[in-house]
Ligand binder design. Structure first.
Ligand code: HEC
Length: 142
């Protein structure tokens, strides 16, 4: 090998190493910033927020009257198909102040069916948590 050939070989070698290194760092970076990665993240957040609605309802105590699955007990009605009666905002307002919504026939029936149980007002609960609970309830259907 001539000196010139050695230099060319050395440069080629360096080039290959640098190229390989850049591939490796690119792969690392893509696992942090790759768009699809966020897509997955978003999806798992959506499903966990659905979960949270039920978990929150159980933690705050809705389930002690409405049942673990919120499908009713002898203390309180089922929350399945509540979406037929409420939109999200109204439902949140209702949860914050149920006593101001007692006039529908449905509520008169509830009063007869559950005479000793009063739906508590949840005006002190974080509005975002009520929102997550409302989203969950509105997703319940037969
Ligand atoms: C102490 C028992 C009790 C607890 C705890 C309770 N509820 Fe109720 N809930 C009732 C009763 C009883 C009714 C029937 C309405 C009435 O009597 O005024 C009712 C009614 C409702 C309704 C209206 C149903 C309809 O047909 O429109 C919703 C929605 C509701 N509750 C959601 C919740 C949520 C969400 C929680 C927790 C944040 C909760 N409740 C906690 C007893 C309870």
């Amino acid at each position: 090998m001539t000196n010139a050939q050695k230099w060319v070989a050395a440069f080629l070698f360096l080039f290959v190493i640098l190229f390989a290194l850049s591939r490796i760092t690119k792969e690392d970076a893509s696992s942090d910033f790759d768009f699809d990665f966020y897509g997955e993240e978003e999806q798992s957040q959506t499903s966990s927020s659905e979960l949270n609605g039920l978990t929150l309802a159980q933690r705050i105590g809705c389930s002690s009257c409405h049942g673990v699955d919120l499908k009713g007990t002898n203390q309180a009605p089922t929350l399945v198909n509540v979406k037929d009666h409420w939109n999200r905002t109204e439902l949140i307002n209702y949860l914050r102040n149920p006593s101001s919504y007692g006039n529908d026939q449905r509520f008169i029936d509830y009063k007869n069916q559950y005479p000793n149980v009063i739906m508590p007002a949840y005006e002190k609960v974080d509005i975002k948590e009520l929102g997550a609970i409302a989203d969950y309830i509105l997703s319940l259907e037969n």
